[in-house]
Write a protein that binds this ligand. Structure first.
Ligand code: PLP
Length: 384
């Protein structure tokens, strides 16, 4: 018979981001491929963690997280998202929002269940679904404002459809879903009896006059929605692995048991650090985050416009998709490599976010960089 890898691993491809990061290192370039926010960790969050270690928060926590953090999240859900959630039964803290999504998929999906994603999509959503033996189906969003046609949702549905994923603000599109679009998704999910999985990790990164709307805040889909978010981006702690899901107790209980099985718990003192951040950081922190990233977005978009790599200006999150159709190369991989060779700026080929050929003429840039690095990247891009 011979030893072999599981069928599951055959479907899971290595992230293009990692490939481009390696290529970027080889040429000593500026890496705008990776979505790592290397701004500082707020002092309140760091102190909350070191205090917790000193006070003995070093053991396993309850499978659904420390009460201090679940209560802090519940308070934030009410103030920021307009959602009432019981911290003792409806909030599950996990290993980042990535861990939260994986637990939700394993708890709620059977092998062969189909789940609809909007294209362009975030690759981890696809790979997580594949790892859970679910089947992704795609509905197209169209630039520049990434609208979708509700009729396309009806075209994508089959008797096996069990869920739909909404990533708002979106990676890589930067799309912020408005209430009307969420209403379409809500009505569609209700009509076909589907779960709605949200990914709101960029909820604080929303620009211009837009506002973040959480699907879970729509009353009539409360029972079928699993909200997923976390603090990796908001507090620049991507390596800490603190995220959470919110859903009705019946789903949350099962998600919590899967979380226990896979991760046991999220790191105890880091949970306390995040709880301290939520409790102590006021609205001015989040407002300045938003302003800071809007400024970075504008800096990068101006440089891209100047060299004819027309960007679709992001409504939220910290990525920009840019049109590279006039660069040499047969596909987005070759175009991204050309850009790296000529300017020393690394991006992610659009094919990483599309199953259709639309991605062939796009690359994604991340603007979550320190000013000096971003300015260097803009300077280099202008060489094009
Ligand atoms: N969801 C989206 C849309 C992301 O872009 C990312 C990171 O790039 C994540 C989730 C990962 O979040 P976490 O660190 O909470 O697992």
């Amino acid at each position: 018979m011979g030893l072999s890898l599981s069928d599951r691993t055959a479907h899971i491809t290595q992230a293009e981001i990692r490939v481009m990061t390696i290529e970027c290192e080889k040429v000593g370039g500026v890496n705008l491929a990776q979505g790592v926010c290397d701004l500082g960790v707020p002092r309140e969050v760091m102190e909350g963690t070191t205090d917790a270690i000193a006070r003995g928060y070093n053991s396993y926590t309850r499978y659904d997280g420390l009460p201090e953090l679940r209560e802090a999240i519940s308070g934030k859900l009410l103030c920021f998202n307009g959602i009432h959630a019981d911290p003792s039964t409806e909030v599950i803290v996990s290993a980042g929002s990535t861990g939260s999504f994986y637990c939700a998929c394993l708890a709620l999906l059977n092998p062969g269940d189909e789940v609809i994603l909007f294209e362009p999509f975030y690759g981890y959503h696809v790979n997580t679904l594949l790892a859970a033996n679910a089947v992704p189906r795609y509905v197209k969003m169209r630039s520049p404002d990434w609208r979708f046609d509700p009729a396309d949702l009806e075209r994508a549905v089959t008797p096996r459809t069990k869920g739909i994923v909404v990533c708002t603000p979106g990676n890589p599109s930067g799309k912020v879903y408005d209430t009307q679009e969420l209403r379409w998704v809500a009505d569609f999910a209700t009509k076909h009896d589907l779960f709605i999985f949200t990914d709101e990790i960029y909820e604080y990164f929303v620009y211009d006059d837009r506002a973040h709307v959480s699907p879970l805040a729509l009353d009539d889909i409360r029972d079928r929605t699993v909200m997923i978010s976390g603090y990796s981006k908001t507090y620049s702690i991507t390596g800490w692995r603190i995220g959470y899901s919110v859903s009705q107790a019946k789903w949350a209980d099962a998600i919590g048991h899967v979380n226990d099985l896979i991760y046991v718990c999220a790191p105890a003192p880091l949970q306390m650090g995040v709880a301290a951040g939520i409790g102590r950081l006021g609205p001015e922190y989040y407002a300045s985050l938003r302003e800071e990233f809007r400024r970075k977005r504008d800096l990068l978009c101006a440089a891209l416009k100047d060299v004819g790599l027309t960007p679709t200006v992001s409504q939220g999150a910290y990525y920009v998709l840019a049109d590279v159709s006039h660069l040499p190369g047969a596909d987005s991989k070759q175009k991204a490599m050309h850009l790296l060779a000529v300017t020393g700026v690394a991006s992610v080929p659009g094919s990483a976010f599309y199953v259709s050929e639309t991605g062939d003429n796009l690359v994604r840039f991340c603007f979550a960089k320190k000013d000096a690095e971003l300015e260097d990247a803009c300077y280099r891009l202008r060489r094009l």
